[in-house]
Design a protein around this ligand. Structure first.
Ligand code: ZN
Length: 287
C-alpha cells in the first residue's frame, strides 16, 4: 500500500460562472509514501487563478502572492499531473475539506464531481485524532496542534505552504502509524463519497415538504403525559418550527420546537418541549 498526502492552498473569489464563491485552488502540495512511509516522490505546483486576485488574508496565511501564481499551471493541467502522481495509492488529507475543494474545482471546469482517479481515501485528521487524547469540547485537532502533541516542531516546517503541510502530515502519520487501524478508515473513492462531499445540507422550512414526517409534530405534556391543546398553528422562527400549547390535564403552558435538517445521510430531527415560563420581570430599579 502506498499513500499520497495532499494539501491544497486556495483563494476564495467570486466566480460569475457559478454566481457564487469558489475556493479556487492556487497550490498543490503532495508527498507520495511507500508502505514503510518513506517519501518516494513529491508534487508541488502553483495554479494560476482564473477568478480573481489573491486576497490579503490568503497571502498572510500562506505567503502566496499574485507574483507566485502568475506563471502557475492552469488548474486542469495541475490536476491531471496530480492524478498521475496519486494513481493507485491511498489519498490522505487533513480533514476532508481539501478533497471537497478539489472536487468543487474539478466540477467548476468539467461539470462533473467524480474525479478520474483510481485511488482510495482516508481522513488523516480523523485517524490522528483517534490516536491522540481527546480535545476539550470535541474540538477538531489542527495539524500544528497534532504536531506539538507528538513532540514535533511545527516551526521547522514553513506551515501553510502546501508541500510543507504535507511533509508535516507525513511526520504525524509516522508517529501514530498503525497499519491495521489506518486500513479500517480507508474508503473507496466512489460515487457515494463524491455525492456525500458535494451534498449541501439545508434546513427544511416548508411544512409540506415530503421529507417531513408529520408525526414529529406530535407532542404530549412532558410533565404529566396529558393531551395538549394549541390555539395557534405551528410558526417558523430561526429555521425551526415552534408552537405554544396548554396541557388539558395539568393546565401548564408549554412551548414545543422542531427542527428538520436534510443531510446526505438523511433527515436529522431535533425536538424539544418545555414549560413556557413568563419572562422574568425586570429587576426593580434601586431607589
Ligand atoms: Zn400536563
Amino acid at each position: 500500500m502506498e499513500y499520497t498526502i495532499l494539501d491544497l492552498e486556495w483563494n476564495s473569489a467570486y466566480a460569475p460562472k457559478i454566481g457564487g464563491y469558489l475556493n479556487e485552488i492556487i497550490q498543490f502540495g503532495a508527498v507520495r509514501l511507500d508502505s514503510h512511509l518513506q517519501v518516494i516522490d513529491t508534487y508541488d505546483t502553483f495554479v494560476r487563478p482564473q477568478t480573481g486576485r489573491i486576497t490579503r488574508l490568503v497571502t498572510e496565511l500562506t505567503n502566496i502572492t499574485d507574483d507566485d501564481v502568475k506563471n502557475g499551471r492552469l488548474f486542469m493541467d495541475a490536476f491531471r499531473r496530480f492524478c498521475r502522481f496519486a494513481q493507485d495509492s491511498v489519498i490522505l488529507t487533513w480533514s476532508d475539506g481539501d478533497l471537497r475543494e478539489l472536487i468543487h474545482n474539478y466540477r467548476y471546469y468539467t461539470g462533473k464531481i467524480e474525479l478520474p482517479l483510481r485511488a482510495q481515501y482516508a481522513d488523516l485528521q480523523e485517524y490522528c485524532q483517534s490516536r491522540l487524547p481527546a480535545l476539550p469540547g470535541g474540538r477538531q485537532l489542527g495539524l500544528a496542534d497534532a504536531a506539538v502533541q507528538l513532540g514535533l516542531d511545527p516551526e521547522a516546517f514553513a506551515l501553510h505552504r502546501a508541500i510543507d503541510d504535507s511533509l508535516l502530515s507525513a511526520e504525524c502519520l509516522r508517529c501514530t502509524f498503525d497499519e491495521a487501524e489506518l486500513a479500517r478508515r480507508i474508503i473507496p473513492m466512489d460515487t457515494r463519497l463524491y455525492q456525500r462531499l458535494t451534498f449541501k445540507a439545508r434546513f427544511i422550512t416548508d411544512r409540506r415538504d415530503p421529507l417531513i414526517d408529520p408525526a414529529q409534530f406530535e407532542f404530549v405534556c412532558p410533565l404529566c403525559g396529558g393531551e395538549l391543546a394549541g390555539k395557534e398553528d405551528w410558526g417558523l422562527h430561526n429555521r425551526q418550527f415552534f408552537r405554544r400549547f396548554t396541557c388539558r390535564a395539568c393546565g401548564k403552558k408549554l412551548k414545543a420546537r422542531v427542527q428538520f435538517k436534510e443531510k446526505f445521510e438523511g433527515v436529522q430531527v431535533k425536538r424539544s418541549i418545555q414549560e413556557d415560563l413568563p419572562k422574568p420581570a425586570p429587576a426593580e430599579a434601586e431607589a
